[in-house]
Write a protein that binds this ligand. Structure first.
Ligand code: ZN
Length: 60
């Protein structure tokens, strides 16, 4: 077990960052989420944005 006290479980620290993997860029979040590898960095940022604020996204 990790001695870590989270103030709020719902408000998780979603701070996705884009990581460059060769010619690809993918988004990573400390919560464990990771976006797909994108050829464009902007795409990866869009994935990160959609992760922090999933409004019009459906599972699939
Ligand atoms: Zn997250």
């Amino acid at each position: 077990m990790i001695p870590q006290d989270l103030p709020d479980n719902e408000s998780a620290p979603h701070r996705p960052t884009t990581t460059e993997r060769g010619s690809f860029t993918l988004a990573h979040c400390p919560c464990g989420w990771s976006g797909p590898a994108r050829r464009s960095r902007e795409r990866a940022r869009t994935d990160a944005s959609s992760h922090t604020s999933p409004s019009a996204t459906t599972t699939g």
